[in-house]
Write a protein that binds this ligand. Structure first.
Ligand SMILES: *Cc1c(COP(=O)(O)O)cnc(C)c1O
Length: 382
C-alpha cells in the first residue's frame, strides 16, 4: 500500500533507484512546488514571492516533537552542523563525547573546534557493531561530559543507534545531546530521542529537493545563554541598529538568502510524509532493509556489515575477502549502473574512525519492488 502510494506520487522515478541514503526521488508535487515557486520569483521578484514557511516548519518540527520556531533552514546538513556547533559556547577544557560512526565532515569540524577552543574529544564506547554502549555512556557521563554528538544512523552503516536511551541518559546527566538525523528522519522514528538539537537534510529519506539542510532546537529560548554566538554572522537581516544581536529562537541560525524554492519543496515533502504515515513508512523501510540483507548477504562473497535484522533500509555490503576493496566496490557499482541499478559506494573518508574499507550501500526507498533487489543480487553474484 505504502509502496504503491509512493510510486504513484512519482511519475518518472527510475525503477532501479537504490540510493535513498544519497539522494531520494522527490515526488511530482514536490517537483512542481519548486518549479512553481521559481516561476513566481521570476514574475513578482524574489522578496515579494517569499513564501510562508510556517506550516513547513511545523510539519518538520512535529517529527521530533518540536515547534515551528525551533527550526532553521540552511543549505545542507553540513552547514547546519557547522552553524550549530560553531556557535556553541563551551569553555576551554570542555569534554565532548563523539561517536566513532561520526560523519567525516562533522568529525573534521569537531577536531577543528577542539583545536581552536581547547575542547577535549572523547570517543563514545561502542560494541562490535559500532552500536553505542549505554553502560559505557553512563560511566563517561558520570566522569563528566559537556556535550555529546551522535549520528542516529550513519552514512556508512545501517545500525540504528539507541537514540532514545542515549537521550534519556544525557538528559538525566544534564548534558546536551546533538543528534545527527540526516540518515534517520523520514526513515526511522526519531520522536522519542529527546535530543537538545537535531541536524538533518532534505534530500535523503525525506525525499525533498537538494540544497536544504536544517536544524531543530526544541525550546531554544531556554538554552539561549549557551547558544547565541552563531547568529550574527548568519542572519544578515538581524542587524538593525548598534550591535548585531541574534534573533529569538532557531531563526538565529537561518540564512536569509538561500534556495527558497527548495525550502518550499521540502515543506511539501514533509507534509506528504505525514500524509503517507511516518509509522507505515518506517515499517516498510525496515522490511525492505531486512529483505535486502537476507537476500544479498553472502552473494558473490559480499557480506552485510550490519546485523541482518537491523530495522533500517540502509544496507551496506563489505567486499569479498581477497578482493581489492576499493576496486571491488567501484566495479560492483558500475556493473549495477549498467543494469540500471543505482547504488552507493561509500569511501573510507565518510567515517574515517569506523570504516576499515569502502562499502557498497543499498538504500531502497519505500516504493522499491522486490524485482529490483533480485536484479541487484544477479549483478553481485559473479
Ligand atoms: C549526508 C549526511 C550528512 C551531511 O548532510 P549534507 O546535507 O550532505 O551536508 C551528515 N551526517 C550524515 C550521517 C549524513 O548521512
Amino acid at each position: 500500500m505504502i509502496a504503491d502510494d509512493w510510486r504513484a506520487a512519482r511519475s518518472s522515478a527510475p525503477p532501479g533507484h537504490l540510493d535513498a541514503a544519497g539522494y531520494n526521488i522527490p515526488s511530482d508535487r514536490v517537483h512542481h512546488a519548486v518549479v512553481d515557486h521559481l516561476r513566481r520569483e521570476r514574475e513578482v521578484g524574489g522578496h515579494r514571492a517569499a513564501p510562508d514557511l510556517h506550516p513547513s516548519r511545523s510539519a518538520l518540527a512535529a517529527l521530533v516533537g518540536a515547534g515551528a520556531g525551533d527550526v532553521a533552514f540552511l543549505e545542507s546538513g553540513t552547514a547546519a552542523m557547522a552553524a550549530l556547533l560553531g556557535g556553541w559556547r563551551l569553555p576551554p577544557g570542555s569534554r565532548v563525547g563523539v561517536g566513532r560512526t561520526e560523519y567525516g565532515s562533522t568529525l573534521m569540524l569537531l577536531h577543528r573546534l577542539a583545536r581552536l577552543s581547547g575542547w577535549k574529544l572523547l570517543e563514545l564506547p561502542v560494541d562490535d557493531d559500532s552500536r553505542l554502549d549505554l553502560d559505557g555512556l553512563t560511566s563517561l557521563l558520570s566522569d563528566g561530559l559537556d556535550l555529546v554528538a551522535l549520528p542516529h544512523i550513519s552514512s556508512h552503516r545501517g545500525v540504528v543507534q539507541p537514540a532514545a536511551a542515549a537521550g534519556r541518559l544525557c538528559h538525566a546527566a544534564g548534558v546536551p545531546l546533538v543528534l545527527d538525523v540526516c540518515q534517520s528522519l523520514g526513515h526511522v522514528d526519531v520522536g522519542g530521542a529527546g535530543a537538545t538539537a537535531y541536524v538533518g537534510t532534505s534530500r535523503k529519506w525525506l525525499a525533498g529537493p537538494r540544497g536544504v539542510g536544517f536544524l531543530i532546537v526544541p525550546g531554544l529560548a531556554e538554552h539561549d545563554q549557551d547558544m547565541d554566538a552563531a547568529a550574527p554572522a548568519l542572519g544578515g537581516h538581524t542587524w538593525v541598529h548598534g550591535d548585531p544581536s541574534p534573533l529569538a529562537g532557531a531563526a538565529r541560525y537561518e540564512t536569509f538568502e538561500g534556495p527558497i524554492a527548495a525550502r518550499v519543496g521540502l515543506g511539501v515533502a514533509v507534509r506528504e510524509h505525514h500524509d503517507l504515515g511516518p509509522a507505515a513508512i518506517h515499517a516498510r523501510l525496515a522490511e525492505l532493509g531486512v529483505a535486502a540483507r537476507r537476500l544479498l548477504d553472502g552473494i558473490g562473497g559480499w557480506r552485510a556489515a550490519e546485523p541482518l535484522d537491523e530495522p533500517s533500509a540502509l544496507v551496506t555490503l563489505r567486499p569479498p575477502p581477497g578482493a581489492d576493496p576499493e576496486a571491488a566496490v567501484e566495479n560492483a557499482r558500475s556493473r549495477a549502473a549498467q543494469a540500471s541499478l543505482l547504488v552507493g559506494a561509500v569511501p573510507v573518508g565518510r567515517a574515517p574512525a569506523d570504516l576499515p574499507t569502502p562499502v557498497l550501500r543499498i538504500s531502497p526507498s519505500p516504493g522499491t519492488r522486490r524485482e529490483t533487489l533480485d536484479a541487484l543480487a544477479r549483478v553481485l553474484d559473479h
